[in-house]
Design a protein around this ligand. Structure first.
Ligand code: ADP
Ligand code: ZN
Ligand code: ZN
Length: 734
């Protein structure tokens, strides 16, 4: 008879690499994945049981006992525990932080699992239909709700979230109850055994789309790259794939870069699968997030739509993971547990036996390479269903046509024509604020952040000077503090471009999309809705404007300035600039708009500019892949960045040198240790940063070396004010 376990190995939310041993309480009914409260130091801590064993190396006198078992069943299933343990190892991050951090915040702090009351569903009654037909429904909001139900089909019953998504309104339960009191709606409860069927698609799939859906093989999951030009109908393909997987009674995890930036997408998924979607993102209130998570964990919601951290949602029958816009850097967490949700999605698929689809019009070089080598399968959508094409990119040489406040004469002419034809102009400028620098022509003084190595950006409202790194703000100085000359504002931001446009086109509606204009909840939805209903209009924005929005009336996309991105030395700057241009260009020429894409540059002969072609993205970036191969850079090599941070420059330097020494003495063959060197942003928020870059043609030496060196520097007992962070597969070296 096997010995009964007496010891639990528990992960605690502490920056330590090991699990803690605890004695089991009397008559425990304990399994890995359950939360426990344990004595820790002089207090207690909440942890997750990872393993049960029979013995411990901790002397029995010092072994403490679990105080309380918090859950009756595991919250994290064995597959998810495996994924998180892998993630902690791969990213060299403390296991307890990774594991406990995967739970919704309320559960980390010991809250009980919520009891889920079934969601009320709302159905249109016969009187409701009559009222709608007889135009006796006055309120705009009321009409919208009844219409949405009518549109969803006879007898459709939708939950509040789906109705909110369908109408674009924030609906309070009170409002729906009010409609029921008038007799227009009736409330019903869902039957978990018989979920609502998906609503039917508005589209018949094109042959390309059908092939793409068929390329998904849930039983032989090789990751699939869905590479489709902008506007080729990738979303429809995802939805049909999801439908296939749901029909096998399995669940779907749909990861998107940022929910707030693509409200249309989550609304579309909710409408298609009424009552089945759990939305998970950090914008939710804690209770809402917990309930959505729990509904997914219990299999009551069969589709999870969420941002990066939704990757760790427990799903009992996961069949498919979709990573939409897989090139988006938002999938990489930039602090703490620096995982890449796209890469861990591949791992999760393997652990769960679930299919994984990575979709993009502009895949990362890593993903393209994996598809070329055959590690990933590939499906392509080279055509748009409406037969339109992303327009060719035309360049405007700013040496010949100088820009005044960002605008050249040919661009202004083209805008005139577009607006005259009642179409819209989208102008991309990836820099928010008014002016980039505030400087003195008299003595050369430049306004800088007192706490960072960064110049202050001027913002137009109550005019302020703002640091985009740390958020420092001050009233915009009028005169040079050194010599008293009036200060000049140079370099263009979206606010200044907006002002200049208002002068050129005083009667045309003008909308600005950037983080400053889209602050409150619902602001982006409102702006997108306005754009959709306006005729001729100008929209100015940062990369926010290039996200998957689908507008039929865009006749012109103007890219104001690409040169900075093209000549930056950062690892992925060129790749990201090309992705941004192609994504922005993809907004043009849909529907009846026809369309032109104009790019202002001082380097029209740059080979990458000359080969810009939104329909041939892989061919276009082939030279970049060759460069990366020659330099041993990803995907032809592997990188890790070790950052050392301290309150004083000398201290950061000193410890960075010690860390580098540990790395050098642990280094195995084929690993290069570069640095330490001051980080490109040496001082941020009054802290100084040094960095060491590890580069290797194989993964193993990199991870082995890091593992050993890390133990060595941890044994050094560093002062608490020093922070060392490891970034595996960094997206940026800045
Ligand atoms: P992508 O995500 O690839 O940029 P979308 O999924 O937004 O493209 O689709 C672009 C447009 O094409 C949308 O308006 C969508 O409704 C439409 N569409 C998608 N599939 C079809 C189809 N099979 N027939 C007609 N229109 C379609
Ligand atoms: Zn001066
Ligand atoms: Zn700052």
């Amino acid at each position: 008879m096997p010995a009964t376990p007496r010891i639990a190995l528990v992960a605690l939310d502490r920056p330590l690499d090991w699990l803690f041993d605890y004695r089991l309480p009397e008559a425990p009914d304990l399994q890995p994945g359950q939360r426990v409260r344990v004595p820790f130091g002089r207090g207690t801590a909440i942890g997750v049981v990872v393993e049960l064993t029979t013995s411990s190396e901790v002397p029995s006198g010092r072994l403490r006992t679990i105080q309380e078992v918090l859950d009756r069943e595991p919250l994290l299933d064995p597959r998810l525990l495996e994924l998180l343990q892998f993630g902690a190892r791969y990213y060299h991050h403390p296991i307890g932080e990774a594991l406990v951090g995967a739970l919704p915040p309320a559960l980390r702090h010991g809250a009980p699992l919520p009891a889920l009351t079934p969601e009320t569903l709302w159905r249109l009654t016969a009187p409701g239909r009559e009222a709608l037909d007889g135009h006796t429904v006055r309120g705009r909001r009321q009409q919208a709700v009844l219409r949405a139900l009518e549109h969803a089909g006879a007898d459709a019953a939708l939950d509040r979230a789906t109705l909110a998504a369908a109408t674009g309104l924030q609906l309070a339960p009170r409002e729906l109850r009010g409609l029921a009191e008038r007799g227009w709606l009736e409330a019903t409860t869902p039957d978990p055994e018989h979920p609502l069927p998906p609503t039917s698609s508005d589209h018949v799939l094109t042959p390309e789309q059908r092939n793409a859906v068929a390329a998904l093989d849930p039983d032989h999951p090789t990751p699939l790259l869905l590479q489709g030009v902008t506007g080729s109908g990738k979303t429809e393909v995802y939805l049909q794939m999801a439908e296939r997987v749901l029909a096998q009674h399995r669940q779907v995890l749909f990861l998107i870069p940022e929910i707030a930036l693509t409200p249309q997408l989550s609304a579309r998924i909710q409408q298609r699968f009424p009552g089945q979607v759990a939305l998970l993102h950090s914008g939710l209130a804690e209770g809402e997030r917990l309930r959505a998570w729990e509904a997914a964990r219990r299999g009551l919601r069969r589709i999870v739509v969420g941002t990066r951290s939704a990757l760790f949602t427990p799903l009992p029958d996961l069949g498919l993971i979709i990573v939409d816009e897989e090139h988006d850097a938002a999938f990489k967490q930039q602090d703490g547990f620096r995982y890449n949700a796209r890469d861990l999605a591949i791992k999760r698929g393997r652990v769960e036996g679930a299919a994984v689809v990575l979709g993009s019009a502009t895949p990362t070089l890593e993903t393209l390479h994996a598809a070329t080598c055959g590690r990933y399968a590939q499906a392509r959508l080279d055509n748009r269903p409406d037969g339109s094409h992303p327009p060719p990119v035309e360049t405007i040489d700013t040496r010949v046509h100088p820009a005044d406040e960002g605008l050249t004469a040919p661009l202004l002419d083209a805008m005139q024509q577009t607006l005259a034809a009642d179409h819209q102009c989208f102008l991309l400028l990836n820099r928010r604020g008014f002016a980039r620098v505030l400087s003195c022509d008299g003595c050369g003084w430049v306004a800088e952040c007192p706490d960072c190595d960064a110049r202050l950006t001027v913002h137009a409202h109550n005019p302020r000077a703002v640091c985009h790194l740390c958020g420092h703000q001050e009233t915009r100085p009028q005169r040079c503090p050194e010599c008293g000359e009036p200060l000049a504002q140079r370099g263009l931001g979206t606010q200044r471009l907006e002002q200049a446009l208002a002068r050129h086109f005083p009667t045309t509606p003008l909308i600005r999309l950037d983080r400053d204009s889209i602050r409150h909840k619902g602001a982006l939805e409102e702006a997108l809705e306005r754009i959709r209903h306006l005729g001729a209009a100008i929209v100015v924005g940062t990369q926010m404007l290039a996200k998957g929005h689908d507008f039929p009336q865009v006749g012109l996309v103007g890219v104001i300035d690409v040169d900075q991105g093209l000549f930056s030395v950062d690892l992925r700057a060129t790749e990201n600039t090309l992705q941004l241009i192609v994504q922005a260009a993809g907004r043009a020429g849909r529907g009846s708009g026809g369309g032109r894409v104009l790019l202002q540059t001082g380097h029209p002969d740059h080979p990458l500019i000359r080969s810009l072609d939104a329909e041939q993205y892989p061919a276009m970036v082939a030279p970049l892949l060759e460069e990366r191969a020659a330099a041993g850079m990803p995907p032809h090599g592997y990188l890790a960045l070790v950052r050392v941070e301290a309150g004083a420059a000398e201290v950061a330097r000193h410890h960075a040198e010690r860390v580098a020494a540990h790395l050098l003495s642990a280094a195995t063959d084929g690993l290069r240790v570069l640095g330490p060197a001051p980080a490109p942003r040496h001082r941020v928020n009054r802290r100084f940063r040094e960095q060491i870059l590890l580069q290797s043609t194989r993964r193993a030496p990199l991870h082995d070396t890091l593992g050993r060196a890390r133990h060595a520097w941890q044994a050094d007992e560093l002062p608490r004010t020093i922070r060392i962070a490891i970034d595996i597969d960094p997206v940026s070296l800045a």
